[in-house]
Ligand binder design. Sequence first.
Ligand code: CO
Length: 202
Amino acid sequence: MPTETKFDSPPETQQSRRAARIAARDAIIRSAPKLHTVIKYPHPTLLKPSALVTEFTPELAQFVEEMFDSMYAAEGIGLAAPQIDVSQQITVIDISFLERPEDKLVLINPVVIDRRGKQLEEEGCLSLPEIREKIQRDAWVKVRAQNVKGEFFEVEGEELLARAMLHEIDHLNGILFIDRLSRLKRDLVLRRIRKLQKNGEW
Ligand code: CO
């Protein structure tokens, strides 16, 4: 049944699940101590590689919580720090959008260390609202990263989780999903964005 995969926007689901998601989002908007605004293409922070995290302080842990809140507030299932104008290698992911607590994932300084297969699904991005295109990604990946304490760990994911990790890791390297389109398709998307900008809709 689910036909689309949208990043950082979640896959479209039944009405009831969407209603539950909106209620969860609204509760977070009401209670979050701090929410960060998501910046849009072509903000320069989105277009450059971000810095490695070297200090694993309580402030970092707090910032990660703010990232989760900001992601849920924007109805996203993934958010990379450059998207809130912080050029550091930090990303948060929750492909279940609060339905399964174990799905909450923090990747600091992540690196893809193994990959297998291919998948072709539609993606979107909080920094490119309304743009959706089919993007080829690895079907399965293994990622090595650090947690908020600086401890190294490995995480494997397939399908939606693989796609989410790859999309967010791309952000940390200054790459947007439209950069993975053919030149022709990318040009068409950029033209559409310029038109939206001109009409004050971007
Ligand atoms: Co994105």
